[in-house]
Design a protein around this ligand. Structure first.
Ligand code: HEM
Length: 499
């Protein structure tokens, strides 16, 4: 038997430490392997991955991993493990239809388990966060609320655009991500944050630090990984900021016509309110901010669509002008919601194709139906309790549907081409089937406003970081990322005022 003094003796410590580590590793491997459910016979062929961690490529280079796996597998369907999670990767038209339309394939459960880059608040919350979030987002994004809030969107955009320096190069991603964050607070968050540049910057920075999802955290959901601790800390810090605002409102009796107040008035707890706001801001940031900026980049690279969309905006401005001395800044904020939604069809197509081109990654579901689910007519199944993933590129980059698919080309949706209608669920950029995006109306509204006002206020062209003209092609898009990203190198724009 080892005596206590022997344990304390310096030479024996490294050996004991190694033994302890080894034991932990064996327990971890054993535990994981033991917990891994086996794929039943009807599941697609299992792709062999690493022991314990499984197929790390799903995390490191998702698009390549799913493309290669499809190419190597009979019928394009395959199974793999990611840590303890059994996952079936589906592809092709028939599999896509069943992925998007089968009840029992749950979006929230898939997202919760295989995504880990949002601030984490669920440890504070004992209800069904996903279900509550969905109900509240639907409530706050209805037409009347959006309409009542419209003046904030145009005023905030006006203020942000007027701050643009016409002397130096403008980096569109910081500009648009900051603006979208502010507009999302106006609509689904707190006016106190939206109106305070300091609070906006402080809280936006917390999301910025959360950009990277952690492979280890997803593989080993029980471990307190640094990423998980960072997300918990981020969620807590955001909650404290929002709680302070709510306390102040209660103490002073001050009210605001915003989502935070509406939830306070109906008696939601502070944690529910923070959780909904944090989730909504995250949904806005990961998609809307990037698209708002990418559209400007694509326009700066495409003289035809730049001229067409600028003319569309100018025609709207002329149509609504009441006197000769009015500028676009006087006219555009007067537009009603219906006018914003119907008078900019080309900007809408620009956004549609931006989403198709820049959104990498995969849609995720979990089979919670308690039985195996058939993958279309492929003959394979998604086993009960397994996850299913569908890579967006499988359809969006299919050159049998989309001509020259990596090119941004809003004209591909116009009558005569209508490439997105060539097959069922051929466009999944706003979701499809059972899970259309619940934020689409708001996202379209804010991106139409930011793009139209940018085109109305400035002429712009690509430049380098010193403001000199450049003919360099647009930098490429990180297709292997898990969500939308900035370009791999910075893009800059030189802006000249139009009035
Ligand atoms: C350009 C901006 C946006 C794009 C491209 C986008 C895209 C999508 C897509 C593709 C899905 C379906 C995901 C899947 O099938 O796995 C989705 C779902 C969803 N989106 Fe968006 N989204 C955007 C903005 C927003 C905003 C601002 C919100 C507001 C909070 C939001 C809230 C949601 C919600 C709650 C769902 C889940 C719907 C469900 O569970 O059925 N989205 N979105």
């Amino acid at each position: 038997m080892t005596s206590p003094s022997a344990l304390a003796a310096p030479p024996s410590w490294p050996a004991s430490a190694w033994a302890l580590l080894l034991t932990m590793a064996v327990l971890l491997v054993g535990g994981l392997t033991w917990r891994r459910p086996a794929f039943p016979n009807g599941a697609p062929r299992l792709l062999k991955g690493w022991p314990v961690i499984g197929s790390a490529g799903f995390f490191r280079s998702r698009s390549d991993f799913l493309r290669d796996g499809k190419a190597k597998s009979p019928g394009g369907q395959f199974s793999f493990y990611y840590g303890a999670h059994p996952i079936v990767a589906v592809s092709g038209p028939s599999a896509r239809s069943s992925f998007y339309t089968t009840r029992g394939l749950d979006l929230g459960a898939g997202f919760a388990a295989l995504f880990a880059s949002a601030p984490k608040v669920d440890h504070l919350y004992d209800g069904d966060l996903t279900a509550d979030f969905t109900v509240l987002v639907k409530r706050f994004l209805n037409k009347n609320r959006l309409e009542a809030n419209l003046h904030h969107l145009t005023t905030d955009t006006d203020v942000a655009l007027r701050k643009i320096s016409t002397l130096s190069a403008v980096e569109p991603f910081d500009l648009m991500i900051g603006l979208v964050y502010q507009l999302t607070h106006r609509t689904l968050g707190s006016n106190d944050v939206a109106a305070d540049p300091g609070l906006l910057a402080e809280t936006l920075a917390i999301y910025g630090r959360m950009d990277a999802s952690s492979a280890i955290e997803i593989m080993f959901p029980g471990l307190p990984t640094p990423n998980k601790l960072k997300r918990i800390w981020g969620g807590a810090k955001l909650h404290w900021v929002f709680q302070k605002i709510m306390d102040d409102r209660r103490k002073t009796g001050r009210t605001e016509p915003d989502a935070m107040q509406a939830m306070m008035d109906q008696g939601d707890s502070d944690v529910v309110i923070s959780s909904v706001i944090i989730g909504a801001l995250f949904a806005g940031l990961v998609n809307s901010g990037f698209n708002a900026a990418w559209i400007l980049c694509f326009l700066s690279d495409d003289a035809h669509w730049y001229a067409e969309m600028r003319a569309e905006v100018d025609a709207v401005v002329s149509r609504h002008r009441l006197s000769a001395d009015e500028t676009a800044a006087d006219i555009l904020p007067r537009l009603s919601m219906a006018e914003w939604e119907t008078e900019f069809p080309l900007i809408d197509l620009g956004l549609r194709d931006s989403i198709r081109v820049i959104t990498p990654g995969a849609s995720i579901r979990k089979n919670i139906s308690r039985k195996d689910i058939k993958i279309g007519d492929t003959g394979w199944v998604i086993p009960n309790n397994a996850f299913a993933v569908y890579a967006m590129h499988d359809v969006h980059m299919d050159d049998r549907l989309y001509e020259n698919p990596t090119r941004w080309d809003p004209g591909r949706y116009l009558p005569g081409r209508e490439e997105d209608k060539k097959a069922p669920h051929a466009y999944v950029g706003w979701g499809s089937g059972l899970h259309p995006c619940l934020g689409m109306r708001f996202a379209k509204l804010e991106i139409t406003i930011s793009t139209a006002m940018f085109l109305a206020y400035y002429d712009f062209r690509r430049c380098d970081k010193h403001g000199n003209d450049t003919t360099e092609p647009l930098p490429s898009i990180s297709r292997n990322a898990i969500g939308a990203k900035r370009p791999v190198t910075n893009v800059f724009l030189k802006c000249s005022p139009r009035f």
